[in-house]
Design a protein around this ligand. Structure first.
Ligand SMILES: COc1ccc2nc(C(=O)O)sc2c1
Length: 242
């Protein structure tokens, strides 16, 4: 997969080259290119925004600059791309979104700032490629860059070879519709708190059952909406007995 990010703050995306994802890039498992939107300005002030039609607070990012930038970035690689535009007005970004995007050959992220990007940029792009306007949560950031860091990590960790243990991704929170339960490691007792006995029993069936019960318990307590959204056949008799 190739990932392109267009932004007026390229430095915001530096964390993409750290740790696990940085190693994946070095290993060639994923390609990441970050582009400075101002490279496609032509005036001395490198203007990327202007006042909104209809009035109102803040500024809107200019369509001409974005149009030239996306044309150039898309032309840099022949692989078909999905354009992703982070926005507070977007559809929710979920694990299912990350799983769907992990199958893409190419993702191009357009990071807005100010009051956002002129809508015609999205509308014009949608005539030639898939476009997703997405939000990472019910809060408002200052720009799209942090949302891109979140989404790129969520997608990249699903790509073959990126995670050391692929089973981890299969046992994530949300992968089975439930939140993950508690996890423990050594020492056996820490500040008077001990690891649940069942986890030391070596009884794999009992351990699996305990873990499932803790996941159900935590999901019911913290995200009852996820429990309600589970397909009818997702819970077996033992789950229902819990
Ligand atoms: C202007 O660009 C923005 C501003 C806020 C914002 N908030 C997001 C979110 O997902 O919460 S994406 C995003 C993009």
């Amino acid at each position: 997969m190739r990932i392109d990010v267009v932004t007026i703050f390229p430095g915001y995306l530096a964390p993409l080259r750290e740790a696990l994802l940085g190693r994946a890039i070095e290993a060639g498992l994923v390609e990441v290119a970050v582009h400075d939107l101002r490279d496609w300005t032509h005036d001395v002030h490198q203007a990327v925004d202007d006042a909104p039609y209809g009035g109102g607070p803040g500024m809107v990012m200019k369509p001409q600059v974005w149009g030239e930038a996306l044309d150039a970035v898309l032309a840099a690689d022949e692989r078909p791309a999905r354009l992703v535009v982070p926005t507070p007005a977007g559809r929710p970004f979920r694990q299912s979104t990350a799983q769907a995007w992990a199958g893409e050959q190419r993702l191009v992220f357009a990071c807005g700032r100010y009051e956002g990007i002129d809508q015609r940029v999205v509308d014009e792009a949608a005539a030639r490629m898939p476009v997703d306007e997405v939000s990472i949560g019910d809060y408002v950031l200052v720009g799209g860059e942090v949302a891109v860091l979140v989404m790129v990590e969520a997608v990249a960790r699903l790509l073959p070879g990126v995670l050391g243990n692929p089973v981890s991704a299969e046992q994530d929170s949300f992968s089975d519709g439930l939140l993950e339960g508690p996890a423990y490691t050594r020492p056996l007792t820490w500040r008077g708190l001990s690891v649940p006995e069942v986890l030391r029993s070596g009884h794999h069936g009992a351990i699996a059952r305990w873990r499932r019960d803790r996941a159900l318990e935590r999901t019911a307590d913290r995200r009852p909406d996820l429990l309600a959204a589970l397909p009818a056949d997702a819970l077996d008799a033992a789950d229902r007995a819990f």
